[in-house]
Structure formats: structure tokens, C-alpha cells
Design a protein around this ligand. Sequence first.
Ligand code: ASP
Length: 438
Amino acid sequence: MIKVCKFGGTSLANSENIRRCCAIVQAEEQRQFVVVSAPGKKNKNGRKVTDLLLDCYHNRFDETRFAAAFGEIADTFREIATLTKDFPIEEELSAMRQQLQSSEANLDFVLSRGEYLNARLIASYLDCAFLDAAQFIRFKKGELDVAETLACAKKLRVEGRCVIPGFYGLDEDGHIKTFSRGGSDITGSLVARVFECDLYENWTDVDGIYVSDPKVIENSKKVEQVSFRELREMSYMGASVLHAETLLPIYERPIPIVIKNSFQPELAGTQILQKRTEVSEKETITCITGKNDYTCIQIAKTMLDKQLGFVKKVTAVFEEYHINISHTHSGLDNLCFFVERSQYKEIAFEEFVKVLTARIDADKVKGYEKIALLAIIGHNLSGKVGILAKIFNALRENEINVKTIYQSISECNIIIGIEDNQLKDSVKAVYRGLIENA
Ligand code: ASP
């Protein structure tokens, strides 16, 4: 059995935490691939190294501000370097400083240096190899290129344990390219895929996946298992579990993931499997979450069922303005599109509603803003009697008005549209109705 272990920023924030993570690695020979984030926040008010690097980039022509941000980064790495005797930390830091201020350094390169130096330090402490992600992770046209990554990884000779920096790879022009923030999770699954690992351990600072965000629900229930599909829905609907694209490299060749707490490694954590096993079938609901800041466009057209090509005409207008539709509902004579507010980059929302109205010959087009989508995610939801009744009762008791409802064909989510200032209350109400009083 070969394992990849990915450690997040908080787990690696200082030398004490890194020592704890390295003890986890050393406890099992099977833990051969170690993927690391940059050091995260040391305390509540601290700052992540990646955020400080962002400051360095924006202030690269302002010596005072640059020095302030770089000074914090340097202090963090100097403290981590106390773990190893032989690491030439001062030389590395001065080389890094020069690189960050060079006119050739692009943003992605600058952001990647936290992972790079942390991985080198941890490899030195573990006395094992450092394998740069730039040697095999490939991007093409801004997107991860799994096939090319596989081809490059095949050419490498990897023997024994190695530490790999998360979060970045190379693009087709040979420049460093990062994933979006939190992307070391993707590096972990990519490493699992290309080096044919049997398990992906994702070590973080929480005990596993909770039904609801513990910041909203104190003592929220932890789940034992979730399926790939459920995880996709959860991440998409705003639950901050793993990066939303973590499963991309392992969809075709499923590799189980386990989320574990590096501060309490003895706890079981949460397993993420292609399909849940029977053991936890009884855990129907795996997540109650939601997202604010949606817009909704409702379109009414009499005899919609007789209009061939009407939906195509409508979606072509969204496509023209590069507006991604998150969810659609449809009725006999109406259509409803939910779109995240951030999608209106090329055209303002109000303007888009006007353009759409002019282009599609509908009876009525109406736009709504400030919509939140509440999501209830779980296993075989449509096969269970009474779930919807419990949800609606909980919302009614808290005077939360349901604007729309949608149950997906995948049978693993129920999406409910509400006013966006009621999202927290609705999560609390549904949690009480479905979990506490179950
Ligand atoms: N260090 C990066 C971030 O803070 C990437 C990661 O940790 O996954 O987003």
C-alpha cells in the first residue's frame, strides 16, 4: 500500500506543527509521497505566507512595504529552519528576495514560493528527496493537463519517500502556474493518481467533515463517510471542505481519500469514497450548507412545451456574455435560471435582463437579486419519506419563505431558494429539524 499525505497550511504553520506532521509521516513507511502547503496562520490574527507573498508582489516597487511583508515571510521560514542543521536558509532567503523583486517574476511564480521553500525545508528535516511539482505537473491553456502530467511523471524515477510542494506546476511556455487558492488539495489527488497510490490522506486542522459549518452550528455532527458525488455538491455549494476540483484527477480511477486532523491523528476522520459502503447507509444527510449572492431570472412563456428551441435561444444569450448558469428549474410555462452575482463581468445584471428580454420574445422576464441557495446534501434523498416535510416544517417554524425548490436527478441534493439575509437562520433551522430532532 502506498499513501500520499497532504498537509495543509495550519498544520505546517511553525516548527512545532511541522515536527508533529513529520512524526505522522515517519510513523508509517507507506507514507511515501508528502505534499505540503505553504505555512498558514500561526494564530487567529496571523497571516498566511501565500497572502504575504501576494503583498510582496503588489508592493515590489515600494521598498518599505515589500520589506515589511518579506520580513514576516523570512522570520517564519527562519523559525522553521531551526528544525534542520544543514539547511542554508539565509542563502535561500536572499535568493528568494531577489527573485521576488525581479521584473520577470510573474504573480503565479511569486505565490508558489511559499510551497517551494516549505517543501525543501521539510524534505531536509525528513532527510528524504525533494521533488519539484514543476518537474511533472502541467497546465495547458490555463487548465490542468492530466494526460501530460501523467506522461511527465512516467519519465521520473522516484525511489523512496519524497516531499512535493503543492499548489503549482508549469504551463506550456515553461512558466510557473498555480491552481486557484487552496489548490494543494488538487496536487494531492494528482500525485495519488500519477504515482498510483492506494490512499490519499488529507491532513488538516479539523476532525473531518461536519454536517454544517461549525462556525454556524456549534458542535455540528461529524460524518464518517461521504461519496465523491456528495463531496462535489458540497464544495460547489459553499462548504469549505476541500478545493472544489480535488476530485478531478481521480474521477476515472477512484482513489479513496481520508480527511484527518494533524493535531489529533488518533481520530478516525472522514472517508471520501467513490460510493459509500453499507456501514454508513444510515447517515442519510451529509451536509446542510448554502451560498449567498445569487441572482435569479424567471422567464414566462405560454405554451413553452410546444416551443422547440426556446431554451437554446435563451441559453445562447447567457453564453454570449460568458455567464455561467449554476442551476435551472423549469415549469410548464416558465423557466428559472440561478446565476452567481460574480458572473456578471461583461454586463451588469440589470442590463443583461433588458438584453435578454429584447432577444427572446417571452411573455415576461423578471430578475431577482439577493437570493441565497440552501443545499441539503445526502444519500438517496428522493428514496426517503418525509425529508422534505421536515425541511419545510423547520423553515415554516422560523418564518423563512421558500422561493423555489429543486431536487436533483442525482438524488443527492435538494436546493432551496430563499432571501439571502436568512441563510444562516435557515441552516440552523434545517439542522435542528433533520439532525438534532431526527
Ligand atoms: N498556499 C496556498 C493558499 O493559501 C495553496 C494551499 O495552501 O493549498 O491558498
